[in-house]
Design a protein around this ligand. Structure first.
Ligand SMILES: CC(C)(COP(=O)(O)OP(=O)(O)OC[C@H]1O[C@@H](n2cnc3c(N)ncnc32)[C@H](O)[C@@H]1OP(=O)(O)O)[C@@H](O)C(=O)NCCC(=O)NCCS
Length: 290
């Protein structure tokens, strides 16, 4: 069963699902007719907006009285589309009279009602929550991430073993990124991926953001790249950036596909831009206007 993630635009939505946390724990519910557990959610009723449906379902199915709610993506399974939310519940009241029999915090080994769909949505929501702006004290973790990427992929700039930067060098680089742009990372103590938007301080070109992205193989294909781009777009729009650009080696199919999916166009070819494994490779110049 393939679950597709979509932009939150123009989709005919049927249901909402809310990945909610209470005191840092994941909130699961059990239907009166079932012994298995699920993430709260349900159908959008006639005349209701998706946000209203999410608020109503979260209250009816868990008793949540005070919470914040954020829509993070639309998804479809077999052509039926739903909106995924994350919520932090601040106050949980008694379970209202509803079709739910029980509210329980997630435990390892729990039996899921929708085991092909909901663990995927949970992973997506956890990945979304794991994305944050980099801080200077991430220098060691960022250093380790970059060295690991150098080892794993030939599509970043450095060859394996070529980089000679110390943790102090990365501290300075992070400081520069914070002052001159933004870098979002995925992870906590260890980092699994990043996107950096660098901008010049020069007046005539400071509306341009130059993008670099890298995600560890172990975390590829989980939509982390897509989420990092969406964060970068929001930051760029709020910071007067009107053009985003990047270069990508032509054989990097995953990169080119991701960038096209995120709305970048190929503007030109940088011929013989890369020398690798005894051969010259072309790069694409790609850009997106905001
Ligand atoms: C390229 C990269 C950033 C993709 O990140 P990701 O988190 O795996 O991408 P997502 O899961 O968000 O996928 C989004 C889209 O990218 C494309 N894509 C991702 N991985 C792909 C792969 N292995 N093959 C082909 N297309 C792929 C697909 O179009 C995908 O959409 P779909 O899932 O609907 O088919 C990541 O693979 C990476 O960092 N690679 C190594 C370093 C690198 O190449 N950096 C870029 C240098 S310019």
């Amino acid at each position: 069963m393939k679950i597709n993630i979509h932009k939150m635009e123009g989709n005919e939505l049927i249901f909402v699902v809310i990945v909610a946390k209470y005191n840092g724990e994941l909130v699961m519910v059990r239907h009166k007719d079932r012994h298995t557990y699920e993430i709260p959610g349900g159908h959008i009723e006639a005349g209701e907006s998706p946000d209203e449906a999410a608020k109503r379902e979260l209250f009816e199915e868990t008793g949540a009285l005070d919470f914040n709610l954020e829509a993070i993506g639309d998804y479809s399974v077999n052509g039926r589309c739903g909106r995924l939310y994350i919520a932090d519940i601040h106050k949980l009241g008694p379970l209202p009279d509803s079709e739910m029999a029980e509210v329980m915090m997630y435990k390892e080994g729990i039996e899921w009602t929708y085991e092909k769909i909901q663990p995927f949505l949970l992973q997506f929501a956890e990945d979304y929550r794991a994305i944050r702006p980099i801080q200077v004290n991430d220098a060691k973790a960022y250093h380790d991430l970059m060295y690991q990427l150098d080892d794993e992929t030939s599509f970043m700039l450095y060859e394996k073993g070529e980089r000679k930067s110390s943790i102090e060098d990365f501290e300075k680089r992070i400081q520069g990124m914070i002052e001159g742009g933004i870098c979002y990372v995925h992870g906590d103590k260890n980092l699994n991926g990043f996107i950096a938007v660098n901008r010049s301080h020069i007046n005539k070109i400071k509306h341009i953001g130059y993008i670099v992205i890298g995600i560890l193989e172990s975390h590829g294909g989980r939509k982390i790249g897509t989420m990092l781009f969406n964060k970068a777009f929001t930051w760029a729009k709020a910071n007067d950036i009107h053009r985003l650009e990047l270069t990508v080696m032509v054989p990097n199919k995953a990169g080119v596909n991701l960038y096209e999916k995120m709305g970048f166009d190929i503007e030109g070819v940088k011929r013989k831009a890369i020398y690798m494994d005894g051969d010259y490779l072309d790069e694409y110049y790609m850009s997106k206007l905001l």
